[in-house]
Design a protein around this ligand. Sequence first.
Ligand SMILES: N[C@@H](CCC(=O)N[C@@H](CS)C(=O)NCC(=O)O)C(=O)O
Length: 420
Amino acid sequence: MAGLPVGISLPNGNTTPGVEPLPWAELDALAPPEPDRSEGPASAQARWRPFGQPRETVRVVLIRDHHAWCPYCQKVWLWLEERRVPYRVETVSMVCYGSKEAWYTRLVPSGMLPALVLDGRLITESDCILAALEEAFGPLGARLDDPAVQRLRQLERDLFRAWCGWLCGQAPESMAGADYDRRASSFAAALGTDAGGPWLLPMFSSADVVAIPFLERMQASLLYYKGYDLRGRWPAIDRWFRGLEERPSWRGSRSDHHTHAHDLPPQLGGCCSNGSAEALAWARRIDHGPWDGLNDAMGVAGPADAAEALGRVLRHRRTLLQVRPDLGDAALRAALTRLATGRPCVPPAGSAAGLRSLRDRICVPRDMGVLAARALRQALEDTAALDGDAQGDPLPRRHRHDQDPRPFRPTDPGLPHTEP
Ligand SMILES: N[C@@H](CCC(=O)N[C@@H](CS)C(=O)NCC(=O)O)C(=O)O
């Protein structure tokens, strides 16, 4: 009976044509083949990025966290992509969502990320890593020790400290908010005056790269917890983000607001909402959708984004159904049918909570790109809504063990042979 139209009763009593959940074989046929991610735009799923060089000549191994939550890792990752330095990737757990792999703590006893191996030499601390990369491969735009870059770096670090103080509730709300706003004004002024835009210096450079991961997290978290729209408030910062949205390095390494709103609390020891009407409205939109056009200029998710999401879920469907028994086979197929065909598809009764649990656990960019994730969140939500209002189990705030990567990477060998 797969694919046959069925009547769906809407809350207003009308009926709309829908389809029955497609069988796995038909969904598989609709998914694109897994692309070669070693070339083309940056991707969190790529393990090799040789940039046209023979693999045996690759001198760099980047060790970052599995879920791409670590901003210091993203800083190095962006630099490698922008400078087109060939590299290989290894991934490791962060303590908030898993246990550190033994090979990594043997290599880096503190377990801190990122680490980089350059010509067999281990380097830790993201600033030391960038300095070593610059030494070996040349600068990305202005040099890191250029006084102009140092001055801009200071602005970003001041903004970072003000962000932590405000978001984590370390200072009284109104003082901390005003302090952040003042620092954001200085950052926006540097973008507006020094360069003529959109970048911090006349050319895109390391000055931009070191700021990107932190401003990305500020934008998401301040909307969600404080109702403060960094892009909306400062046109020069919005222009900078619009420029970044065109760059494959950022499109492939960036996260989305939902992922950050829920990955930051365990990393920072908690994020405090100010409970304002704006914060609550943004939080509702980020958590419950609609996600298309949410606070950026990325455009709306199209068929290629839906196909990306479909392919990614199909690849992991067996593990997903094992680790989330609340998500039944037919319910998942119903949501994927919606995603693939755009047609409403009624899930089995009682599946809304399981579908929404999965909606809340899509992790960008680990699982897929921003637009693909929007398409999938929407398909899961739209399908759940046909069953009812039940929400999924709440996301934990002190840890994210619900994101344990091990079931998805059973044979990951890591880097056991690298010498410190
Ligand atoms: N100063 C360090 C900071 C790196 C850092 O704080 N890394 C965090 C992740 S964002 C970490 O590895 N924490 C251990 C963990 O979460 O497992 C650098 O710039 O590399």
